[in-house]
Design a protein around this ligand. Structure first.
Ligand code: AP5
Length: 216
């Protein structure tokens, strides 16, 4: 498989972070998660982090101009020349168009968009059971993929925590925002002939196998 530039698209809790982590190891791609970058900025207390926090805790999207600048800064670094996987970006038509416009001039054209399709009922089950590593952001699920040692990350030993925006109220808002602002991207990439849909309701390994088979 040559150099790949991929997008993972799906609702909150669809498994984007989980699959992006696996694919980046299997395919040697740089994993760029917009949510992780924003949470990192928050924990460092930067100006960007403080602005992002006020939107994230309510389950709203951070303004397009902020997130577009942040992601373009990250995908244009030399480490991404071997390929990358975008997780959580783009999330609005404006973001997708900004990525396309930059891509054309800078060899950053997206090859495939992997859409992880999953029901609302399953999303709610997943987000309520999710724990993440404070240090490396690896996601766990208390039932589907628990850590070997309770409260500790299998990969780095970091402490596990629950995201504040996984509260019932914030999740409800995140889903509303997803259906209003992000689902138009499914048609956008379908028209561009780049969309590959996978069944996100399967086990983590089965979803991964389906994606790898589609990537050929
Ligand atoms: P972000 O961090 O991107 O959150 P999200 O899109 O809401 O997605 P999640 O991280 O919640 O879910 P996921 O699909 O990665 O699922 P995961 O693999 O963890 O964004 C957070 C906020 O930042 C936004 O609300 C917004 O404010 C801001 N933001 C980010 N990007 C932005 C942008 N582009 N524009 C504007 N604002 C932006 O899996 C979930 C759980 O399920 C885990 O516990 C996992 O272990 C489990 N699981 C995964 N797969 C399976 C499976 N197949 N079977 C069973 N369990 C599974």
């Amino acid at each position: 498989m040559g150099k790949l530039q991929l997008i993972l698209l799906g609702a909150p809790g669809a498994g984007k972070g989980t699959q992006a982590g696996l694919l980046s190891q299997q395919l040697g791609l740089v994993h760029i998660s917009s949510g992780d970058l924003l949470r990192e900025a928050q924990s460092k207390g930067t100006e960007l982090g403080n602005v992002a926090k006020s939107y994230m805790e309510k389950g709203l999207l951070v303004p397009d101009e902020i997130i577009i600048r942040l992601i373009l800064e990250h995908i244009t670094v030399p480490q991404c020349r071997g390929g990358f996987i975008l997780d959580g970006f783009p999330r609005t038509l404006e973001q997708a168009k900004a990525l396309d416009e930059t891509g054309e001039g800078q060899n950053l054209v997206i090859d495939r968009v992997i859409y992880i399709n999953i029901s609302v009922q399953e999303l709610l089950r997943r987000l309520s059971g999710r724990w993440l590593c404070q240090r490396c952001q690896t996601p766990y699920h208390m039932v589907a993929s628990p850590p070997k040692v309770a409260g500790r990350c299998d990969r780095c030993g970091g402490e596990l925590y629950q995201r504040p925006d996984d509260s019932v109220e914030a999740v409800q808002k995140r889903l509303e925002v997803y259906f209003a602002q992000t689902t138009p991207l499914i048609e956008y990439y379908q028209q561009g002939g780049k969309l590959m849909e996978v069944n996100g309701e399967q086990d983590i390994s089965q979803v991964n196998e389906e994606i790898m088979a589609l990537l050929g």
